[in-house]
Design a protein around this ligand. Structure first.
Ligand SMILES: C[S@@+](CC[C@H](N)C(=O)[O-])C[C@H]1O[C@@H](n2cnc3c(N)ncnc32)[C@H](O)[C@@H]1O
Length: 200
C-alpha cells in the first residue's frame, strides 16, 4: 500500500473499502481481526466476508444487536466497555483496525468512551484511556501483529487528534507509518484523515 489511499467517502469516513484495503495488505484468511470500537460493524462484516475471524467490542447494546444481525457468527461481537479489556479472555489478535470515537480539545464534557452518555469527558484522560486500551491490545497481539487506528485532525479547536492519538499509542506500541486517506469528498470538519499503523 502506498502512503496515500484514495477512496470514495459516500458520507462516511470508515468505509468497507478502507477496511478491505488494510485487510488485503496485512492479513490472510483465518486471521483474527479485532475492532475494540465495533460501532455498526464495518470491520467485522468485511473481515467475515474476506474469510478472516472477526472479533469486536461495542458498548452500546442497540448497536451490538444491529451488528449481530449482519454477521454469520453473532458471537463475534461482545457488548462490553473496551476499557475493561483486561477482564476479557481474548484470543491472539493478528490484526486490529478501528475508528475510535472522537473528541475535540475543548468544550466537550460528553465522554466519547461512554458513548457520550456521561459528562466526565476530558481530552487528556481520553488519550490516556486510549493508550491503556492499546496497552492491553498489545499484550494480545500475535507475533507480527499489526494495529491500525483511523483518526483525523479536526478543525474544531484545531484539534490535532490524529497526532495526539499517535503520540499516546506510541507509548505502548511501536509506530510504523501513517497512510493518508485521500477522500474524494473530504468532510468539512476534518483537515486530513489518516490511518496510523503500529506493531508490537
Ligand atoms: C466511530 S464508531 C466505530 C466504527 C467501527 N469501527 C465500525 O467498523 O463501524 C465508535 C464506536 O465506539 C463505541 N464506543 C465508545 N466507547 C466505547 C467503549 N468504552 N467500549 C466499547 N465501545 C465503545 C461507540 O458506541 C461507537 O459505536
Amino acid at each position: 500500500m502506498k502512503g496515500v489511499l484514495s477512496l470514495r467517502a459516500g458520507g462516511d469516513t470508515f468505509t468497507p473499502e478502507l477496511v478491505e484495503a488494510f485487510l488485503d495488505e496485512y492479513t490472510k484468511p483465518g486471521d483474527v481481526v479485532f475492532d475494540p470500537f465495533a460501532g455498526f460493524g464495518t470491520t467485522l462484516v468485511v473481515a467475515e466476508r474476506m474469510g478472516r475471524r472477526p472479533l469486536g467490542i461495542e458498548i452500546m447494546a442497540e448497536r451490538v444487536e444491529v451488528v449481530r444481525a449482519k454477521l454469520e457468527d453473532p458471537s463475534a461481537i461482545l457488548c462490553a466497555d473496551t476499557r475493561n479489556l483486561d477482564r476479557l479472555d481474548l484470543p491472539p489478535i493478528d490484526f486490529s483496525i478501528t475508528s475510535p470515537p472522537y473528541m475535540s480539545r475543548e468544550d466537550h464534557p460528553q465522554n466519547p468512551l461512554t458513548g457520550y452518555q456521561t459528562l466526565d469527558g476530558d481530552y487528556q484522560t481520553h488519550l490516556d484511556e486510549l493508550a491503556a486500551i492499546y496497552r492491553r491490545v498489545a499484550t494480545c497481539l500475535a507475533p507480527g501483529g499489526t494495529v491500525v487506528i483511523n483518526a483525523a485532525n479536526l478543525r474544531l479547536h484545531s484539534t490535532r487528534l490524529a497526532w495526539d492519538i499517535g503520540q499516546a499509542v506510541s507509548t505502548v506500541l511501536t509506530y510504523e507509518r501513517e497512510v493518508v486517506i485521500d477522500w474524494d469528498e473530504p468532510p468539512t470538519w476534518l483537515t486530513n484523515d489518516y490511518c496510523l499503523v503500529f506493531s508490537s
